[in-house]
Design a protein. Structure first.
Length: 120
């Protein structure tokens, strides 16, 4: 029988922007993969996209951690990709235990994300 686990997160874009300005590459390298950094930095307002990915990583982590199948997950292990149609997707090895869908939304001030994990 499958089980459904959810996670959600919201963050102020200004918090991410402040961390990028204060800690620079060390902050980015601790949280984001090279692929994520390349994508966000290619956008006209990178902090909004970094915040969206941060919220998505937190939402995924919350969904996965509630399953009791994962004892520890770092945010950098969770990579958020983007399909050709713009849809975000999770690039994380789940050991064939299930799959996860994510949704990200943002404004100039806030980014939010929702993750739904379906176990097998």
């Amino acid at each position: 029988m499958s089980e459904i686990f959810i996670g959600t997160d919201i963050i102020e874009v200004s918090r991410i922007h402040h961390s990028i300005k204060k800690y620079g590459k060390s902050f980015l390298n601790r949280i984001y993969t090279e692929l994520e950094q390349k994508y966000c930095n290619s956008r006209s307002t990178p902090p909004i996209h970094f915040a969206g990915r941060f919220a998505a990583k937190e939402a995924v982590k919350k969904a996965l951690m509630t399953t009791s199948r994962f004892s520890s997950i770092s945010l950098k292990e969770i990579e958020i990709g983007r399909k050709q149609n713009g849809q975000p997707f999770l690039n994380y090895q789940l050991d064939n235990t299930g799959y996860c869908k994510i949704s990200i939304s943002h404004t100039e001030n806030y980014a939010t994300a929702f993750a739904l994990y379906l176990s097998k």
